[in-house]
Design a protein around this ligand. Structure first.
Ligand SMILES: [Zn+2]
Ligand SMILES: [Zn+2]
Length: 132
């Protein structure tokens, strides 16, 4: 099943305005957004979980100096622990400007606005642009 969300009003620039949003919760692949300027972004759920924009996760990333979407590093000498792959159990639109996920680890504070998602598009072109 994939859900279609309503697109926001034409108030923001086309760049931050999705033309279509596909969330594949059942398949577990992730979120695909085609923006009105033609750019296409594909986010894995793991990436989105690691990019959670809530204050709590933001603080945690800050302490570890991690970029949004970057997986947490293992402490030196630590054995990798089994962790269930992040995926949402539920996704819903927040007004016309964002999506909210309820994750399988119970976390549900993150509100992913369209500008945030566009800003953290994981494609090579956007990654390269951010690295500048
Ligand atoms: Zn969070
Ligand atoms: Zn991109």
């Amino acid at each position: 099943m994939s859900a279609s969300l309503p697109t926001p009003l034409e108030t923001t620039a086309l760049k931050n305005d999705p033309k279509s949003v596909k969330i594949d919760i059942t398949g577990g692949t992730g979120v695909e957004i085609v923006w009105k300027d033609g750019h296409r972004s594909a986010y894995s759920f793991v990436y989105l979980r690691d990019a959670c924009p809530c204050a709590l996760c933001d603080d945690e990333r800050d302490k570890a100096s991690r970029a949004p979407g970057e997986p947490p590093a293992l402490a030196p000498g630590a054995l990798p622990m089994f962790k269930a792959k992040a995926r949402p159990t539920h996704a819903e639109p927040v007004g016309r400007y964002a999506i909210r996920f309820v994750w399988n680890d119970g976390h549900e504070l993150g509100i992913y606005s369209w500008p945030f998602l566009r800003e953290h598009c994981p494609c090579d072109v956007c990654r390269a642009a951010r690295a500048k």
